[in-house]
Write a protein that binds this ligand. Structure first.
Ligand code: NAD
Ligand code: TYD
Length: 354
């Protein structure tokens, strides 16, 4: 059998960056199991679509028969589980899909993966890994003077999205504790970079700024997030997969706390510089809108453990990473118009109506 890794949710923002990064390295065969929800986009993977080391399988992680036959047929040595509903605002408007995919879907995948792993023998069994990709949002919200989240911070999820990710993290933990199933969990801070669906802060602001549309900042704009360039996150996941200890969780972050308003202002200035000054100064487009219900004030990650134990640190600075990201969205008109039609426009119209 070929050396194979099963990736779930590989057509989304982080998953597709991970697959492309892995394909550039001398890497195993990759199978991408993705349902292609509104957030899944095979265009991200066009450059490798015909590569014999890559296979796309269209399906739901909750489809146990599909997962079972895929595991039997391809005999992967690891599963890297990205598939999820990932947008907090959508989870507030309609939590059902979050429970279905993030909790039930992860549970179904865990069950099938455990059954598959139980039948493995020898080295195949001892080296198998299930890597669960999670978020810092499970830890809740920090006050301005609180220490950053560490791996021992108690869970306190505040949004339906965070609650569903926390639920899945607990199942993953329990599968290691109860069955000895070789899990790894990563909890990462906010990512940014190419291929992020423009419902999230950074791409939404870049595209609105370019178009001269209002830039909707929730509340007072002083909420803080810890931002990490997506390629750094993908590198961290590869490191944990290679060297992480089964049963452990690893916090991943950029040591990069930023207030939302500061980010939006940086984006305005970069778009003024790169897209011409027709709409400049774009800072005048900043519009304070009604706050997100239950909006967490601050996230910050203590990523000391992954640095100390596995030797990983982010490479990109926020200034260079944000610049690359702004440039990418401005230069990739076709990708942008591909995702900003239909259901995307409906979401924007409904969500920002008031
Ligand atoms: P995304 O929304 O861009 O992509 C999710 C992908 O999962 C899409 O391709 C979608 O089609 C697929 N998917 C959804 N439901 C599915 C199902 N039932 N079966 C199969 N595929 C399904 O998400 P993202 O931003 O790339 O996030 C990936 C993972 O990383 C998620 O688990 C998320 O919780 C986690 N995470 C994200 C961030 C962030 O800043 N984006 C930060 C930390 C952790
Ligand atoms: P988002 O990208 O949705 O990520 P998350 O909620 O997972 O952190 O939002 C990042 C921050 O930006 C968050 O504090 C909410 C804020 N925000 C706005 O102010 N306006 C917007 O239109 C969006 C989408 C987010």
């Amino acid at each position: 059998m070929e050396d194979t890794i099963l990736v779930t949710g590989g057509a989304g923002f982080i998953g597709s960056n991970f697959i492309l990064q892995q394909m550039e390295r001398s890497s195993p065969h990759l199978i991408n199991l993705d349902k292609l929800t509104y957030a899944g986009n095979l265009r991200n993977l066009e450059t490798i679509a015909r590569n014999p080391r890559y296979e796309f399988v269209h399906g739901d992680i909750g489809d146990r028969l599909l997962a079972r036959s895929l595991l039997q047929r391809r005999q992967p040595r690891a599963i890297v589980h990205f598939a999820a509903e990932s947008h907090v605002d959508r989870s507030i408007r309609g939590p059902d899909d979050f429970l279905r995919t993030n909790v039930d879907g992860t549970f179904a995948l865990l069950e099938e993966a455990r059954a598959y792993w139980t039948e493995l023998a020898g080295q195949d069994k001892s080296t198998f890994r299930f890597l669960h990709v999670s978020t810092d949002e499970v830890y809740g919200s920090l006050a301005s003077n609180d220490a950053p989240f560490s791996e021992t911070t108690p869970y306190a999820p505040n949004s339906p999205y965070a609650a569903s990710k926390a639920g899945s993290d607990h199942f993953v933990r329990a599968y290691h504790h109860t069955y000895g199933f070789p899990t790894l969990t990563t909890n990462c801070s906010n990512n940014y970079g190419r291929f992020q669906f423009p419902e999230k802060l950074i791409p939404l602001m870049i595209l609105n700024a370019r178009a001269g549309k209002p830039l909707p900042v929730y509340g007072d704009g002083q909420n803080v997030r810890d931002w990490l360039y997506v390629e750094d996150h993908c590198g961290a996941i590869a490191t944990v997969l290679e060297r992480g200890k089964p049963g452990e969780t690893y916090n991943i972050g950029g040591w990069n706390e930023q207030r939302n308003l500061d980010i939006v202002e940086m984006i305005c200035d970069m778009v003024d510089e790169m897209a011409g000054c027709g709409e400049a100064p774009r800072r005048r487009l900043i519009t304070f809108v009604k706050d997100r219900p239950g909006h967490d004030r601050r996230y910050a990650m203590n990523a000391t453990k992954i640095e100390r134990e596995l030797g990983w640190r982010p490479k990109e600075t926020f200034a260079t990473g944000l610049r690359k990201t702004v440039r990418w969205y401005l230069e990739n008109e076709e990708w942008v118009s591909g995702v900003t039609s239909g259901s995307y426009r409906e979401w924007i119209e409904t969500h920002y109506a008031s």
